[in-house]
Design a protein around this ligand. Structure first.
Ligand SMILES: *[C@@H]1O[C@H](CO)[C@@H](O)[C@H](O)[C@H]1NC(C)=O
Ligand SMILES: *[C@@H]1O[C@H](CO)[C@@H](O)[C@H](O)[C@H]1NC(C)=O
Length: 237
């Protein structure tokens, strides 16, 4: 515990320091938003969470990404205000478990391992084992079960319902406001393309040449339009 606290404090200190002296640091630059709209029991969703999404934690890419998880997916609100989930009541339950985990542990470093653990059980077709994730990660079970059993869980799910955009299927991955449709497994390259900061993202290095040429073409088109404007001005004068 002490170690983690120390780590958190030191990274907080570094963050504030870098922003304060206005270096063009990662923490001060605009992050790329990555949103995942999903439902707990859909096989494509657990596959994505277990086998693809953890890539953002490699090479410190997560420092450039603002990740939002929204466990609701294709769930419907029925006229009597109950939820109808695509994969049945167990899915409604586990969606709420994950919504509660997101709520009680707003820190990605806490809720992501938990959601990843639950989805791993789902991926391995044994979701009834989800409760073992508390012990495995040394997280307080009561925080989540109180939320799931109380009004908070339902309130959070209603919020997720409202946040879920129109979508064609789940998992529905949106990078920088743009849905990736069936390309969602390539989310890393979309993050690299959407990133506008000056500090290079380490995990994007393989596409460095690509982004360099695209930057060049942006520069040259800016110059071209500038020249065109001057020509027009000269002509109208
Ligand atoms: C709510 O409505 C659904 C569908 O009409 C029904 O199956 C379910 O039993 C109802 N639940 C309650 C608590 O009334
Ligand atoms: C699911 O977990 C139970 C209890 O650990 C185990 O007995 C069972 O074999 C598992 N099923 C699968 C499909 O892995």
């Amino acid at each position: 515990m002490g170690f983690f606290l120390q780590k958190k404090l030191s990274s907080f200190f570094l963050f504030s320091l870098l922003c304060f002296i206005q270096l063009s640091s990662i923490s001060c630059e605009k992050k790329v938003s990555l949103a995942l709209y999903y439902e707990s029991l859909c096989p494509g969703c657990s596959n994505f969470i277990v086998n693809y999404l953890p890539k953002i934690f490699k090479n410190g890419m997560i420092d450039f990404v603002d990740l939002k998880l929204v466990p609701w997916g294709n769930t419907k609100i029925q006229p009597n205000n109950t939820f109808k989930c695509q994969h049945g009541p167990a899915e409604c339950f586990l969606d709420t478990v994950e919504a509660c985990a997101l709520d009680v542990w707003p820190d990605l470093n806490e809720h992501f391992p938990f959601i990843h653990c639950v989805e791993s059980w789902i991926y391995h077709k044994n979701y009834t084992q989800w409760e073992t994730c508390f012990q495995k990660l040394n997280l307080k079970k009561k925080l989540v079960t109180d939320c799931v059993g109380g009004d908070r869980g339902k309130e959070l799910e209603l919020r997720h319902a409202a946040e879920t955009p129109p979508h064609k299927f789940v998992p529905w991955v949106v990078v920088d406001g743009q849905p990736l449709y069936t390309d969602y497994r390539e989310f890393i390259s979309y993050i690299c393309k959407a990133y506008k900061g000056t500090t290079p993202i380490p995990g994007c290095s393989s596409s460095d040449s690509l982004s360099f040429t695209s930057k060049l073409s942006t520069i040259s088109s800016t110059i071209t339009s500038f020249v065109e404007q001057r020509v027009k001005l000269a002509a109208s004068a």
